[in-house]
Ligand binder design. Structure first.
Ligand code: FAD
Length: 376
């Protein structure tokens, strides 16, 4: 399908900065570019009708790591690296709140809890033993210098879990849809063009410009290109350590008398749940079949969905009848290292990808960091 002269001239001609992907990173990158270059033409290309990776599909945890996750990270990262990771997540959340405001985000700091299944006594004991070590490690991250983690008795009526939970007083939750709507509206206000159903299939350098091709075969050029496609990054960067990881979620219908409030992590973060008003969102189970979930295709499997329902019935809501209202999946980008990849990949081409399960926390600052390459 040929675009008209007008279409081409208005949307695709003389682009200064082309951003591929309209998730939290792509939009944050575009907004940072606008701050630096008030008169430039910035266009964001998104393959889906809506952002179609993880940013509109996540659980909305504003978190920076549970005790078991931090202990796990310490096996492959130094103490200083782990503190730096947590610092970046906390700073990223502050930046997100500053950009959109807590009201737009529907942000609530109800705190977060880590639960341990009864069969995981070893992990439970190890985490409890290490709370003060982790609290000391994280002292430099928080201004008030008070402990981050503490022990709480289970007041939620969970079953098949250890009676004590680890509480994180700083953890919050937000409305993922409102977060992304806020970013999209802000982009529009800042004269950033966001084109949907506009998949970039390839790009090549020529005459100090980057020529991009769209799924409708249209070709156009930009001075600089920013890749923010996270779990889909291998399409353009075959050699980078970033692998797609699908995550599946379900949400219940409203539950009468639900007193579960906050964000909850179970089984080293492989399962996570929270309240959305009087509903429960529950996700995870990727570890049941890593191979099948290593895909860029959205979709649900019986194995994961049945397990989610079973844990919901036996562990999370053992005494409360519930019905499932809806289910969906999203695609994350993961790798051996937790750090995102933010770098130059070719002359005038840069990437900010591999956000793992922490994109709500670090997405804004990764986008900001990515945009800095424009002044290179
Ligand atoms: C179910 C689920 C639950 C999660 N829960 C949480 C949570 O509670 N807290 C948290 O911090 N993180 C969570 N995450 C992770 C978080 O959502 C991600 O880290 C974050 O959204 C990544 O943002 P991004 O902009 O890098 O990628 P994405 O949001 O995936 O954006 C990339 C975009 O690029 C587009 N794209 C890809 N290829 C092309 C192309 N060729 N042309 C044009 N467009 C293209 C995609 O459609 C997509 O919209 C969760 C993820 C999932 C899937």
């Amino acid at each position: 399908m040929n675009l008209s002269y007008w279409e081409h001239n208005t949307w695709l001609h003389n682009i200064d900065y082309a951003v591929i992907g309209s998730g939290i990173v792509g939009l944050s990158c575009a907004l940072s570019l606008r701050k630096e270059f008030p008169k430039s033409k910035i266009v964001v290309f998104e393959k889906g009708m809506l952002p179609s990776g993880a940013s509109t599909k996540n659980a909305g945890f504003a978190c920076f790591g549970s005790v078991s996750e931090i202990l796990e990270d310490l096996k492959s990262h130094s103490e200083a690296e782990v503190v730096e990771l947590v610092k970046k997540r906390v700073a990223g959340l502050e930046l997100l709140k500053k950009t959109l405001g807590e009201q737009q985000l529907h942000y609530f700091q109800h705190g977060g809890y880590e639960l341990f299944s009864q069969s995981d006594a070893h992990l439970y004991e190890n985490c409890i033993e290490n709370i003060s070590y982790i609290n000391n490690l994280l002292k430099p991250v928080f201004l008030d210098k008070k402990d981050v983690f503490s022990i709480k008795n289970d007041s939620f009526g969970f079953k098949n879990v250890q009676k004590q939970l680890i509480f994180n007083r700083f953890e919050g939750q937000l409305d993922t849809g409102q977060m992304m709507l806020g970013l999209i509206k802000k982009a529009s206000k800042e004269d950033i063009l966001v084109l949907n159903s506009a998949e970039i299939t390839s790009f090549r350098p020529e005459n100090e410009q980057i020529w991009l091709k769209m799924n409708n075969s249209e070709e156009f050029s930009a001075k600089k290109v920013f890749i923010a496609t996270n779990g889909f990054a291998k399409q353009f960067m075959k050699d980078e350590d970033v692998t797609p990881a699908r995550a599946q979620v379900l949400v219940t219908k409203p539950i009468k008398g639900l007193h579960l409030k906050g964000t909850f992590h179970l089984d080293k973060g492989y399962y996570y749940f929270r309240n959305i008003g009087d509903r429960v969102l529950f996700g995870g189970g990727r570890n049941l079949d890593f191979k099948t979930e290593e895909t860029t295709q959205l979709g649900l499997t019986e194995l994961v969905q049945n397990r989610l329902e079973a844990i919901l019935a036996t562990t999370i809501l053992p005494n409360q009848p519930f019905e499932i209202e809806t289910r969906w999946s999203g695609i994350m980008g993961v790798g051996r290292q937790k750090k995102p990849i933010v770098k130059k990949v070719a002359p005038n081409v840069y990437c900010g990808v591999r956000l793992g399960g922490m994109g709500v926390a670090i997405g804004s600052s990764v986008g900001q960091q990515l945009a800095k390459f424009a002044t290179e």
